[in-house]
Ligand binder design. Structure first.
Ligand SMILES: [Fe+2]
Length: 224
């Protein structure tokens, strides 16, 4: 049996969000105050997401990994520290991208674009290490039930009002079989009204064609 890679779904969402934010900043005219403010808001949301994700890994994943692969855990934690530093630099640029002085906004916009590209490159390598090096260690030393419990502890820290925003990022980033698997599990585990909210959100964010494919695989009535 192929065991699920626990890092992959959230990492897919993070990659999509990193790429979208990078493309947005690249096409932003920072001389235009409205465009600059929209780019700054998008980057601030991205940084909050990345910081929250790193905290989850440090609090809930590293303690499972460190006893069995201490050097790998230390190296991944060093990645986290370096990424945190890059993210702090980006965050410090945001007020300058909203300056009243046009030249200041333009200069900050250039720096923001460069810093974001470097951040993306660093995150891509880091996330790949977690998926390809850390995950096999967890598979070797933890059962699926134990990993389900770890995921459950992470989910429990996300306030319910933040869940729809997380799902809006995650659902479009997953493949059709992954979506079908997630919705099948959710349908088996969630109270029907909660599942109805999730499937309604999926229908909205996936668009009619992808939703119809997913709904057919899960055995849901797609037009409903
Ligand atoms: Fe990480």
């Amino acid at each position: 049996m192929t065991r699920p890679n626990r890092f992959q779904p959230i990492h897919k969402a993070l990659r999509a969000t990193l790429f979208d934010a990078t493309a947005l900043v690249a096409r932003t005219e920072f001389a235009h105050q409205g465009e600059a403010a929209a780019a700054a808001r998008t980057v601030a949301t991205l940084l909050d997401l990345l910081d929250g994700h790193a905290h989850h890994e440090e609090q809930f994943v590293m303690p499972e990994l460190a006893p069995h692969a201490p050097a790998l855990a230390a190296s991944l934690e060093a990645d986290h520290s370096r990424l945190e530093g890059l993210q702090a630099e980006l965050r410090a640029l945001l007020p300058r991208t909203c300056s009243d002085v046009t030249a200041e906004r333009e200069a900050a916009g250039q720096l923001l674009g460069r810093a974001l590209t470097v951040l993306v490159a660093d995150h891509l390598r880091h996330m790949d290490r977690e998926e390809s090096e850390a995950m096999p260690v967890l598979w070797a030393y933890r059962t699926e039930e134990e990993l389900d419990a770890m995921d459950g502890r992470i989910r429990a820290t996300i306030p319910p009002e933040r869940m729809p925003a997380m799902m809006r990022l995650m659902l479009p980033a997953l493949s059709t079989p992954e979506l079908a698997g997630m919705l099948s599990t959710a349908r088996a585990q969630m109270p029907p009204p909660v599942f109805a909210q999730l499937s309604g959100l999926a229908r909205e964010v996936l668009g009619p064609e992808r939703w119809a494919n997913v709904a057919r695989r899960v055995g849901l009535d797609s037009p409903a």
